[in-house]
Ligand binder design. Sequence first.
Ligand code: ZN
Length: 463
Amino acid sequence: MASLTFLGAAGTVTGSRYLLEAHGARLLIDAGLFQGKKELRLRNWAEFPVAPSSLSAVVLTHAHIDHTGFLPRLVRDGFGGPAYVTPPTRTLLHALLPDAAKLQEEEARFANKVGSTRHTPALPLFTSHDAHEALATLQALPFGQKATIQPGIEFRYHRQGHILGAAAVELRIKVAGGDHITIYFSGDVGRFDVPILRPPEPYPGSTYLVVESTYGDTFHDPGDPREQLADVISEAVQRKGIILVPAFAVDRTQELLYFLRELIEDAAIPPLPIFLDSPMAREATEVYRSCALEHNAEMRELVREGDRPLFPQTLTIVGPVEESKRLNSATGPAIVISASGMATGGRILHHLRHRLPDPATTVVFVGYQAEGTRGRRILEGEREVKIFGEMVPVRAQVRSIPSLSAHADADELTIWASEAPAAPKVAFVTHGEPAASQALAERLTRRLGWQCAVPSLEETVQL
Ligand SMILES: [Zn+2]
């Protein structure tokens, strides 16, 4: 009657893609890129198991590329839309998808230049043209409003915190006898007590649940991220070097700017120069500022008082590449915030190549570093890392702010799940490395008495 196939985010945190088939309709919930390890990235090139043109709709939970970055490829291979998104997600994707395409194109160009490819010529997974075609398929659906895919299949979005526009998807499917089942896709679950955004809506219960488990086996450091950030910066200021922060352009950068503004206003750190060196992060910050409907009470209050909560007084927004290059001669102490957050691409790579060999530099990680990424290798203390095809020695100090995260941890996921008035028939635990998914499944069973399953990649279940 209805079947669900886990085409991604099973046994890994990236490549979210869930294929739901019912009443002859085919829905893809999330169309994410696989990222990280090469064997995962290669999956992006594999033929999609069903003809993209046969998809009735794509329903995206939020703007992160590991949830949306496969859409351009689907569109290029025949998917004609609609791809549903929340309104803020649509705005963010107008910046993110063309940028992802540009990165793909640059990588292919670079691989061709240095000959670091077995394919001649190396091709981008999708082009800027594909990204723009994908944007044309987006259909914005406000939170709480119902969309009908076809009679008997409808869904709506619930706020999920995590990042601006992030949603859970509640899908309702009619079954025999006039009854219906509901399938709730958690998307990425945000946290309850973070600045800027409204908190996640509680899980209302459903027949089936698909729940993420990025931090299914970990507990966030209970410390105050403001204090930890103040400590790391104060320590780094003594070294008089540059503080390099690889930050996710969307959300983490805005949170960081929010905290830095507070710390400077409270004189908890000196008013040192802050450079925001990422066109994407700059654009995302503007989108965060403008989406007042998504702001939490504290943010709204600050804005009402005439404050600019996301813009510390010492902030310089770095423009074109030449300005970014000039930062090479900047002397510390100063903070450079640049994307990407796992150091897999973007302007941060140039800064890392230039600054990692300098022991006065401090690299501060402020988010999840997936297995196989350059960020993870630096964080785990590797003595040299490969950047632009050359080995760069790591002599910089490496720190992380463990309490900063856009994802709920094992406790918060359990609290979020426990709000349901009744247990789902089965909770499918996905979007985690295997140990994390297993741990969350066991925890939900032990604490809530739920029946859980950890699906494997490409597994199909009948609902
Ligand atoms: Zn996400």
